[in-house]
Design a protein. Structure first.
Length: 314
């Protein structure tokens, strides 16, 4: 029996990927930057028996926003229920369920259910929410279909790697060096210019021109989420030709003798551009080596300068 003032709606799509694989992509929040284009980063803040509290950073109409949600996961039934902890007016409450149903071995149906109410059960507000939920659900499911199919197909093209150095100093100083990206043109030889904005504390927009070994410059834009003085996570939103995805994080782990500073990258290779960039005979393996080499070179250079900076202050 539905409560008065409570609206319940359902949207669905069919995807060319097995139900268990689709469930896993939605259940494991570290995948979200891959399958939801607006998502920058998701942090698991609490985890219990089949339940979790997640903090989501995402862009909406070009602006970065963040909120927390509680989720209940049921891997047997391939169901995930979610509820916003604090809703923004005119929404008084918002929740829903993802249901993944196998259609065949390689195909599944994704059903997205929402239930919500408006502040003061106001009819105009409810109509506004109806429209927003309908529009967002349609575009989210269309993007999800495309990105789940792409992510499932690109499992073999997606890989992660990490570079770590030891620093005889404090985690705070290494963190500060990476965090203060507006100062990189003075501090890092491979960075030509930076356009830096922090629309809200701990959420950053970073656009920069970096120099390659051959003297050419290329522009990249990323959104970053900072956790002083332990971690900075990012998602690159303008991508070089050989990548369809680039996310990563910097971590700073302090112990009695110093700091382990690391740079981690997760990348999906763009196979469409391999021949153009690396030549007709180049393979996916060649592209992986090339991309990892380029990203590691820049990361290790940045970590090396961060080490010098922190050790000079120690």
């Amino acid at each position: 029996m539905s409560q008065p003032g409570l609206r319940e709606v359902e949207h669905e799509t069919t995807v060319a990927a097995p139900a268990a694989a689709v469930y896993r992509l939605i259940a494991e929040v570290q995948n979200w930057p891959r399958i939801f284009p607006p998502t920058i980063y998701v942090d698991r803040e609490e985890q219990g028996e089949g339940t979790e509290r997640i903090h989501i950073w995402a862009t909406a109409n070009g602006e970065a926003k963040n909120w927390t949600s509680r989720r209940t996961l049921d891997p047997e039934q391939l169901r995930i229920t979610f509820r916003q902890e604090v809703s923004a007016p005119p929404v008084a409450a918002m929740g829903g369920t993802w249901i993944i149903e196998p259609v065949s071995e390689g195909e599944s149906r994704i059903r997205l259910l929402h239930d919500y109410r408006a502040v003061g059960d106001d009819p105009e507000s409810l109509a506004w929410i109806d429209e927003a939920v309908d529009r967002n659900s349609r575009s989210e499911l269309a993007a999800l279909k495309e990105n789940v199919e792409a992510a499932h197909a690109a499992e073999d093209l997606t890989f992660s790697f990490e570079d770590t150095i030891r620093v005889n100093g404090l985690a705070k100083d290494v963190f500060d060096f990476i965090n203060e990206a507006q100062a990189w043109p003075e501090r890092l030889p491979h960075v030509a210019t930076v356009r830096f904005d922090e629309p809200s504390p701990g959420l950053q927009e970073l656009e920069m021109d970096t120099r390659a070994k051959d003297g050419s410059t290329h522009t990249t834009k990323s959104y970053r989420v900072t956790f002083p003085h332990e971690k900075i996570a990012y998602k690159q939103v303008t991508l070089p030709a050989l990548m369809t995805l680039h996310t990563g994080y910097w971590t700073f782990a302090e112990d009695e003798t110093g700091v382990s500073a690391s740079s981690q990258h997760t990348v999906t290779i763009n196979t469409a551009n391999i021949a153009r960039i690396l030549g007709a005979d180049a393979t996916v393996e060649d592209a992986r080596k090339y991309v990892q080499g380029a990203l590691s070179t820049n990361s290790r250079a940045t970590l090396g300068h961060a080490k010098d900076y922190a050790e000079a202050r120690a």
